[in-house]
Design a protein around this ligand. Structure first.
Ligand code: FES
Ligand code: MG
Length: 577
């Protein structure tokens, strides 16, 4: 960023609170004095809020108190007035039924916290899955200068000679344990070794995916997404972020100045090129929606057909985020996609994305593949449509067994998650490797909250006979760290009256990923009969946030935002009375 930006304190948003010679402003100033601040601490300085999602219930953000003080250092260095503001923490591990239920709540909190306070710019400290889209969505709707600071991935896990990846290796070794191949002692050792530090899941889960997407959209510093949470580099990143936030305040560089249809598409392409989480689709549709832009599943699929997967990172590949960082990180990967991405898009740094990645260099061609030797030519994640999913569903094909991408088999239906848990491993369950496991009532309304139940476990008797993948279909999401032939996000979901509600065990189901098709082999007449015999009523809780959620959440293909939050906010500034 060039140093010659205008600095006019009268133009700062916070000046409306602090500058006038009136009784209200007297009140604002006198209470800052009461906190121990002198005139010189805040007068004529941009107020930069550090929106911190630290919580002892959020295992991924345990280093955020330290990072907040490092961000603060940067803000002070650049002449800003730092204020730390805690906002709701969405920790994927502890929060039930799922953090996704609360993504929109955090988005609303971020928007309102920014709007109602004397804040000129914000550093959004997030990382664990839903915190990233939530904070971006809120900042976009408030449209106050904001920069995202990602928590960074945790260090690689290690057990004996094995490298352990968050999530992915939990599922893998749990299957071995269920199959009787792993003793209690080894299982306990894995528990001690898999999460070695603060930070987010270090596979290409939703956290890493969304951090990369955010960087590619220009909303964080170049190189931010891959920097491991506990590296010294991460502390320096925090301080740089703080310094930049002050400049953004002077420039009044708002999300609406940085984000555009082209930058959203850069985000989509990035999510595909890194072999990212299927959850990115839902979040990107919601983020685009806040900007008043429509991103459809069809467009996502079109982009998928021409975007190669270059990052060889688990669960779709072999390596982990620390390896990605050592290989040059996201800037290096993007430097191999300059013909596909729009390098003219702006970034929070005031330079273009092209300028941001100009000096990037790939250090390791195994981790960041060349265009001639990609992990996959295209189609890392695909959209399927058909009579079982009229509004679409998705599959992460690079994380599936290629042999199952074209498949026909009889359905084994579970009406809800508790039923599945109870029946799945029963020896008498009529299931073979060719069966198609179906879970319903697991979508945005049904579960509720759209939990990560989509990687249905393989039945024990199949695990014992050596089966490790089979076709699974649900209206749920799955963790970005999950893998397998899992068809997800069926829309409309069963609890909204979608066709999935009427599938019976034994019905034949077909998937054909190359042709983007999903088919339920039952006549239209029979479907109508079943629908009339068993109409679906949308579940709406009696009270509280759950009621607001159920009444207003949109379906997966529309991003699961609340209907009244979609579109550009009028940006109504509060009166200072
Ligand atoms: Fe927080 Fe995976 S649990 S990023
Ligand atoms: Mg996750």
């Amino acid at each position: 960023m060039t140093p010659d930006f205008p600095k006019d304190p009268a133009q700062l948003r916070s000046a409306r609170w602090f500058a006038p010679d009136d009784m209200r402003s007297f009140g604002h100033r006198s209470r800052l004095k009461g906190m121990g601040f002198d005139d010189v601490d805040y007068q004529d300085r941009p107020v930069v809020a550090i929106l911190n999602t630290w919580s002892e219930m959020n295992t991924c953000h345990s280093h955020f108190r330290d990072r907040a003080s490092e961000v603060r250092r940067g803000i002070l260095q650049a002449g800003g007035f730092p204020v730390e503001v805690p906002v709701m923490s969405l920790g994927e591990m502890m929060m039930k039924p799922t953090t996704m239920l609360y993504r929109n709540l955090l988005a609303m909190e971020v928007e309102e916290v920014l709007r109602c306070h004397p804040i000129d710019a914000a550093v959004l400290m997030g990382g664990c899955d839903k915190t990233v889209p939530a904070m971006l969505m809120g900042a976009i709707s408030a449209d106050i200068p904001s920069i995202f600071f990602p928590a960074g991935p945790m260090l690689k896990g290690r057990w004996k000679n094995e490298t352990l990846g968050s999530g992915s290796d939990v599922w893998k070794y749990w299957d071995e344990r269920v199959a009787g191949n792993l003793c209690d002692r080894d299982w306990n050792c894995i528990e001690n070794c898999i999460a070695r530090s603060a930070g987010t899941c270090m596979t290409m889960g939703t956290a890493s995916t969304m951090a990369c997407v955010t960087e590619a959209m220009g909303m964080s510093l170049g190189g931010a997404a891959c920097t491991p949470a506990v590296f010294a580099d991460h502390s320096r990143l925090a301080t740089r972020t703080g310094r930049l936030a002050v400049e953004m305040a002077w420039r009044n560089l708002k999300p609406s100045d940085v984000l555009s249809p082209a930058s959203i598409e850069n985000g989509v392409k990035t999510s595909l090129a890194i072999g990212g989480s299927t959850n990115a689709i839902v979040h990107l549709i919601a983020i685009a929606g806040r900007l008043g832009m429509e991103l459809t599943l069809q467009r996502f699929d079109e982009i998928s057909r021409s975007t190669p997967v270059l990052a060889d990172i688990r669960p779709g590949g072999r390596f982990l985020m620390e390896d990605f960082y050592n290989a040059g990180g996201l800037p290096a990967l993007l430097s191999r996609l300059t013909d596909l991405i729009d390098t003219d898009c702006r970034t929070v740094s005031g330079i273009t994305l092209g300028e941001q990645i100009r000096d990037a260099e790939v250090i390791d061609n195994e981790v960041i593949r060349t265009r001639e030797n990609p992990v996959s030519e295209a189609g890392g994640t695909c959209l399927l449509t058909g009579n079982l999913a009229p509004n679409g569903c998705v599959i992460k094909s690079i994380a599936a067994d290629p042999k199952l991408l074209v498949h026909r088999g009889p359905a084994v239906v579970f009406d809800n998650y508790p039923e599945m848990k109870q029946q799945l491993h029963a020896p008498e369950l009529d299931v073979t490797a060719d069966s198609v496991l179906i879970l319903r009532n697991a979508g945005p309304l049904g579960a509720p909250g759209f939990p990560e139940w989509g990687m249905l476990p393989i039945p024990k008797k199949l695990l014992q006979s050596g089966i490790r993948d089979m076709v699974r279909i649900s209206d749920a999401r799955m963790s970005g760290t999950s893998y397998g032939t899992c068809v997800l996000h069926i829309a409309p979901e069963s609890a909204a009256g979608g066709p999935l509600a009427h599938v019976h065990t034994g019905d034949m189901i077909e998937i054909d990923v190359p042709n983007r098709r999903i088919h339920w082999d039952v006549s239209d007449d029979e479907i109508r009969k079943r629908r009339d015999a068993k109409p679906v009523t949308k579940p709406v809780p009696e009270r509280g946030y759950g009621r607001l959620y159920a009444k207003h959440v949109t379906q997966a293909d529309q991003g699961c935002d609340f209907d009244f939050l979609v579109g550009r906010s009028p940006g109504q500034e509060p009166g200072i009375h």
